[in-house]
Ligand binder design. Structure first.
Ligand code: PEP
Ligand code: CO
Length: 439
């Protein structure tokens, strides 16, 4: 039988919340279905063309943002600072790598989280795990942890406001390369990387002026730098409610770029069944538990016509496992001439817990996994097309190391992530500077 929007319901759907009131869920989904979509078909198609260009090596993908966005923190200031870090990083990459940068935010709907355990126990009390603001609240009370479908609607509206603000900032010229000095954070003034960052800002401004003198016109391409949205497409009811038929194709209009996480990438699972029929470009996280045959088969399912710009594999092995795990997969796909874009997620395989109880990631390991990935791809005649990062413009202390050499005792100072530790803006800029040196 041919694919239908609800074909996935015949398969096991991992990581779905147990909504206590299915009728309330149904009503909320109906409301979401009727609301304006968060993105448009034209934008999604443009992203596919951009990803195809990245596959050809014409641009480098920078995908990044919060591990989990939060309803309470949704504000103009935060939307702006998330865009700001990505812009700072791309300026460094454009200048240093002499390659275009395609920006994709983990933003505008990154509200659902897969968890390793369905419940959490504290002092003898067991409650459902926190699954992201689209499902429940992080506080450890029975009421907060109860899945509430009204949250899906709230998340949808906040994602829409986030996208609206991003579009307004970009349209208003915030991302304009003529004024990159506006992207600097005040607290970065005494940053160890400030000198190098400003040198590159000056370099880009000189290059822009030179080009404009050459062409005697202001280059409009430099005035509009787009940011695409992405999130883990975990909650299939929610994703299905935003599916739209366009000719013979179906687009998931909850985001430009949905991805499937490692916990929901089973070949016989519902996520695979759903996205096999979706026209968006799709990301899939690839980790140490997956072997080459698994990855080859998912390529066949999600990109049956083997098209460019359709499938993005986001490798997240960890600095210690990447040299064993990644090469056999790259080789197997190459032998079958599969078209994929490879990104490196150096965050999720490098998580550790400190003695004082914080989930963290050492900056050196994040850097090492990216460096190893560049080497592995080059040695195999393949290409690393970009990175996938968890980062924030807030001045947090969640990842260890970096130029200020954060220690485990520093983590308690400003640890605000509800799920995974993020690079702060300074660490993100430092990583971008080191990416310039990697080939
Ligand atoms: C994530 O990206 O936040 C995540 C949960 O990743 P993974 O599926 O790779 O563990
Ligand atoms: Co995460």
């Amino acid at each position: 039988m041919s694919w239908q929007p609800d074909t996935w319901r015949d398969y096991a759907a991992a990581q779905q919340p147990e909504w206590p009131d299915p009728q309330a869920l149904g009503l909320t989904l109906e409301r979401i279905r009727a609301l304006p979509s968060l993105v448009t078909v034209a934008e999604v198609r443009r992203l596919r063309a951009e990803l195809a260009a990245a596959e050809r090596g014409e641009q480098f993908v920078l995908q990044g943002g919060d591990c989990a966005e939060s309803f309470a923190e949704c504000s103009s200031a935060r939307v702006k600072s998330q865009l700001q870090v990505l812009l700072q990083m791309s300026l460094i990459l454009v200048h240093g790598r002499e390659q275009g940068v395609l920006r994709i935010g983990r933003i505008g709907g990154q509200y659902a989280k897969p968890r390793s355990a369905p419940t959490e126990t504290r002092d003898g009390l067991t409650l459902p795990s926190y699954r992201g603001d689209n499902v429940n609240a992080p506080e450890f009370t029975a009421q907060a942890r109860n899945p509430d479908p009204q949250r899906l609607l709230q998340g949808h509206l906040l994602a829409g406001m986030t996208m609206n603000h991003l579009r307004g900032l970009i349209e208003g010229g915030f991302a304009d390369l003529h004024h990159p000095q506006f992207w600097e954070f005040p607290w970065m003034a005494d940053s160890p990387q400030a000198v190098e960052y400003r040198r590159r800002v000056q370099g880009v401004r000189d290059a822009v002026r030179f080009m404009e003198r050459l062409t005697r016109a202001s280059s409009s391409a430099l005035e509009r730098i787009a940011l695409y949205s992405s999130h883990e497409a975990l909650l299939l009811d929610y994703e299905q409610a935003q599916l739209q038929a366009h000719g013979a194709e179906h687009y998931a209009l909850s985001t430009h770029f949905p991805w499937i996480g490692v916990r929901t990438a089973a070949l016989d699972g519902a996520h695979m069944a759903f996205f096999a029929g979706v026209a968006n470009p799709i990301g899939v996280k690839v980790g140490p538990q997956m072997d080459p045959e698994w990855v080859l088969e998912l390529c066949r399912r999600l990109n049956p016509r083997n098209e460019a710009g359709k499938l993005v594999l986001i490798a997240r092995f960890g600095a210690d496992a990447v040299r064993d795990g990644l090469p056999p997969i790259i080789e197997r796909l190459a032998a079958e001439q599969r078209r994929v874009l490879w990104l490196c997620d150096p965050m999720h395989g490098n998580t550790e817990t400190t003695a004082n109880g914080y989930k963290t990631r050492p900056f050196a390991k994040i850097q090492a996994e990216i460096a190893a990935s560049f080497e592995i791809h080059r040695a195999l005649g393949s290409r690393l097309g970009g990175v996938h990062l968890e980062l924030t413009g807030d001045n947090v202390t969640e990842c260890l190391g970096g130029a200020r050499d954060l220690q485990s005792a520093d983590l308690e100072r400003a640890y605000t992530s509800r799920v995974d530790p993020r690079l702060n803006a300074e660490q993100a800029v430092e990583l971008a500077l080191s990416l310039v040196e990697m080939e």
